[in-house]
Write a protein that binds this ligand. Structure first.
Ligand SMILES: NC(=O)c1ccc[n+]([C@@H]2O[C@H](COP(=O)([O-])OP(=O)(O)OC[C@H]3O[C@@H](n4cnc5c(N)ncnc54)[C@H](O)[C@@H]3O)[C@@H](O)[C@H]2O)c1
Length: 385
């Protein structure tokens, strides 16, 4: 039997269990340990998810000799220290996005991972919808033609009410930017991955609609706030953006515009882009991820359904089920981890990986910093790659 990669997962709130499930579904990995905030929580989660060993202090998971890959699924402010310590302990790392809370930290992790020669990835899972790789391949093969423009949005409504609360609203835990760092990072990763074009200049406009919010007086996991009652809250000021729109200039003269909004009623978690090219336009919506519209001026538009028989060989690698058997959000993490784990099993760290590495996480931090700076100064800001 082929050997499996032994994984440890730190943080088992919302996204941690999604990692656990996805690792298992790769058939290349095995979750041997998890860690959370204390022994009680860790023990309860280990029992719930059938994980053999658990730790109330993540440092003990890093000392576990069987763990080869560490998945970091904790709030943003903890990514830097946990990733650094994991690399120093000789572990490969999958870190959640954003890679860190500050650019300086991202720079340091990038250097450290390079020196250590360990495999590293950031969980930009959205680019693992199979039609996204199909779109990228179409651009690479010239089927889209010259790209004139990129536009789109990432809209959510989970912060719609002032009673909606999460650590994401606190800059000390989340970082200076919220909507751009949290969900804009996915949109930028996705669209730059598809087009192969880097953003070189940005002009941003931020807004915070709820100037104060009602913070629960007891800790909650993401998405569970609706269970709390009014007397459990305290009014706190909010300093990060609920909304941002950004004008974009790309390296090859293309233009773009994007909006992120975490208080947009009815859009639950919708990533959307349109790429306008000289041969066709590509239009994709994460809430209908198994179809992509190709737009034409001189003939009828087409809808490409995710069907391995109709897709390029490289995109087909990300498809597990035939056409009509829809794939979705949980499949993206599975496909990312499959590529990451195979890369480790191959022991070939010299070739450029297909998965998003710390370099991609670092580039997102550079972009995020430029966007925040533009929102503060009201001017175009150059993105220094
Ligand atoms: N790629 C995606 O689609 C996606 C989706 C959601 C979240 N995320 C990212 O995942 C990370 C976690 O987000 P979430 O929504 O799961 O948050 P969450 O609040 O639901 O879960 C965080 C978990 O970390 C644990 N934790 C906190 N401090 C810890 C410590 N010192 N040691 C060990 N565990 C600790 C908490 O107890 C909790 O279990 C964030 O960086 C977020 O940006 C990514």
């Amino acid at each position: 039997m082929a050997r499996t990669i032994k994984a440890g997962v730190i943080g088992t709130g919302f996204i941690g269990p999604i990692h656990i499930e996805a690792i298992r579904r790769t058939f290349l990995g095995e979750v041997v340990a998890l860690a959370d905030i204390n022994d009680t929580v860790a023990a309860q989660k280990a029992a719930q998810y059938g994980v053999p060993r658990h730790y109330g202090d993540y440092r003990n998971l890093l000392k576990d000799p069987e763990v080869e890959v560490v998945h970091i699924c904790t709030p943003n402010n903890l990514h830097y220290t946990m990733t650094k310590e994991a690399l120093l302990a000789g572990k490969h790392v999958v870190c959640e996005k954003p890679l860190t809370a500050t650019l300086r930290e991202a720079e340091e992790l990038l250097e450290l991972a390079d020196k250590a020669g360990l495999a590293n990835a950031v969980h930009f899972n959205v680019r693992y919808y199979p039609l996204i790789r199909e779109a990228r391949t179409m651009v690479q093969k010239g089927a889209v033609g010259q790209i004139y423009s990129v536009q789109g949005s990432y809209l959510q409504d989970w912060l719609y009410h002032d009673t909606d609360y999460s650590w994401r609203l606190e800059p000390e835990m989340s970082g200076e930017s919220r909507a751009i760092a949290d969900i804009g990072s996915h949109w930028f990763d996705l669209t730059q991955y598809v087009t192969g074009m880097r953003v070189t200049e940005v002009m941003a406009d931020f807004a915070t609609f709820h100037k104060t919010r009602k913070k629960p007086l007891k800790p909650i996991e993401t998405w569970s706030g609706k269970l709390l009652k009014a007397e459990d809250y305290q009014e706190v000021p909010i300093n990060t953006e609920d909304y941002a729109s950004v004008l974009l200039r790309y390296e090859n003269g293309s233009h773009g515009v994007m909006t992120v909004h975490q208080m947009y009623a009815g859009r639950k978690n919708r990533v959307y882009f349109e790429i306008g090219g000289s041969k066709t336009s590509l239009n994709w919506d994460s809430e209908r991820p198994n179809e992509m519209m190709l737009g034409y001026r001189d003939k009828a538009n087409e809808v490409l359904l995710r069907d391995p028989a109709l897709m390029d060989a490289n995109a087909r690698k990300l498809v597990s089920y035939p056409g009509g058997h829809n794939e979705g959000f949980p499949d993206t993490s599975k496909q990312l981890f499959k590529e990451f784990y195979q890369y480790i099993l191959d022991g070939n760290r010299s070739t450029a990986p297909q998965f998003p590495a710390f370099l991609d996480g670092y580039r997102e931090m550079v972009l995020c910093e430029a966007i925040v700076s533009s929102a503060k100064t009201g001017r175009w800001v150059e993105v220094r790659h």
